[in-house]
Design a protein around this ligand. Structure first.
Ligand code: CMC
Length: 428
């Protein structure tokens, strides 16, 4: 017999089915609650609400576990390539050598961006934030591929949209950067790997030969893998909810990019570096900034600290912290912000306020230091996050459609005025 929970409302007992996940997570199925009792649940920020059943990513915030399709993040970050992980996230299984080769070739076939899109860049102000441009460009792609506008189209057409997105996002990201520095766009070079090609389009110049540095390529590979999916976070939930209205994949991913931009989500990587630079410029008095972060009347928060789900440690942060040391060492770079970051982490982790609330460095605390060391400008940091998160967004979107999930439409508890009659303006 399946398990049930009982709740008593206005003297009557109702039964709620209990759902158990493959890792023994428990959930109350409240889908019939309103029709049977008239009640809804209230959960601001969806802190306790499961919006779907998903087979993509498992994370346990208490134990600091993160797995894509069952594979531990530590193993994937150390041993896999980003496209291998992309394949895994999208299709559910690791590819064979032949499957990976086919997949890479398919991606290579689509790296060019339609020439007409180049003209869009001319219209943006020089100081435009890269995330604003990227979100617009991805949404614009739907106008170039009108067949993408029916999400229920054939499997082949859907695969084509996926390949186009994965292939073109690095090209567009590099174009955003080149446009900002007013340098000529570099066309993709498909004999390079996915990451090396991105580096070439970002840092190459038509006037010079460019040889991607393998240390940097390895670091980027790791960073993209660490960001590839994170179950029902703000941007993935956005992608699902936009897609649930049957909006096309490009429009849904564009919405995900916009959600990621915010400093409480992916934009934290930019905010962390800006914070560390500000602390350094201000004289490096860490106690002062810790006190400000603790003060509820002060809007300052320690960026790169805290997480909705991880309350002991963020396994991605552990990997990134070590990678940060390794990469700076291998590139022979000394960065004073790394020193401030480490000291700040130490002070915060010994402070009762942070300990009591389970606030630890998250994935974004050290990632910006690596991006900076490898020459990515601060405003491009969140674009890098988007490059990494793309397979996750696509897989979440597709799973939502494959599972036949209904349109996302939360309810509310209305607390505004009760009925009152309109008063003509001259009588007010
Ligand atoms: N600095 C100071 N206090 C904090 C911080 C912080 N960074 N984060 C949380 N708190 C406090 C918060 O004020 C609250 O205190 P109290 O219980 O006294 O009211 C308590 O800790 C719980 O915080 P919360 O805001 O209820 O937690 P949340 O789950 O709603 O928010 C968060 C999670 C990530 C938005 C938040 O920790 C935060 O704003 N961190 C800084 C931004 C950041 O680094 N974001 C990147 C997240 S990782 C990348 C990604 O995947 O998005």
């Amino acid at each position: 017999m399946s398990e049930v929970a009982k709740i008593e409302l206005e003297g009557k007992v109702f039964e709620l089915p209990i759902i158990t996940g493959s890792e023994q997570e428990k959930a109350l199925d409240i889908s019939k609650l309103r029709s049977e009792t008239g009640y809804i649940t209230l959960d601001r920020g969806f802190k306790n609400t499961g919006s779907c059943q998903s087979a993509i990513t498992f994370l346990d915030g208490e134990k600091g576990i993160l797995r894509y399709r069952g594979y531990p993040i530590e193993q994937l970050a150390e041993e896999a390539s980003f496209l291998e992980v992309t394949y895994l996230i999208l299709k559910g299984e690791l590819p064979t050598a032949e499957q990976l080769k086919d997949f890479e070739e398919n991606i290579d076939n689509h790296t060019l961006v339609h020439e007409d899109m180049k003209r869009f860049f001319e219209a943006y102000p020089a100081q435009a934030h890269p995330m604003g441009i990227l979100a617009s460009m991805i949404c614009s792609m739907s106008t170039f591929y009108p067949e993408s506008q029916n999400p229920n189209r054939s499997k082949e057409a859907f695969e084509l949209s996926i390949n186009r997105l994965i292939a073109k996002l690095p090209t567009l990201a590099a174009m955003v950067y080149k446009n900002a520095v007013r340098h000529p766009f570099m066309y993709p070079k498909n004999d390079l790997g996915y990451i090396e090609n991105f580096m070439y389009m970002m840092f190459g110049m038509p006037t010079e030969d460019y040889e991607p540095n393998p240390v940097i390529a390895k670091a980027l590979n790791k960073l993209l893998i660490l960001h590839a999916d994170h179950e029902q976070n703000c941007s993935a939930s956005t992608v699902r909810i936009v897609g649930s209205s049957q909006a096309n994949l490009y429009a849904s991913i564009s919405a995900g990019i916009s959600a990621l931009w915010g400093p409480l989500h992916g934009g934290a990587n930019q905010a962390v570096i800006e914070m560390l630079e500000m602390i350094e410029k201000d004289g490096g008095d860490l106690d002062k900034w810790i006190e400000k972060a603790k003060d509820k009347n002060d809007p300052f928060r320690l960026m790169g600290f805290g997480h909705r789900v991880y309350k002991n440690f963020d396994p991605r942060a552990t990997i990134i912290k070590k990678a940060c040391d390794d990469i700076l060492g291998e590139l022979g770079i000394e960065d004073p912000t790394l020193d401030i970051a480490k000291r700040l982490e130490k002070v915060a982790l010994e402070d009762e306020y942070f300990v009591k609330r389970g606030l630890y460095p998250n994935v974004d605390f050290y990632s910006g230091i690596i991006y900076r060391a490898i020459g990515i400008p601060t405003e491009m940091f969140t674009v890098m996050f988007a490059l990494g998160r793309l397979p996750g967004w696509i897989a979440q979107w597709r799973e939502m459609l494959d599972n036949g999930d209904p349109i996302g439409r939360p309810r509310q508890v209305y607390v505004g005025s009760t009925k009152r009659d309109f008063v003509p303006i001259e009588k007010r």
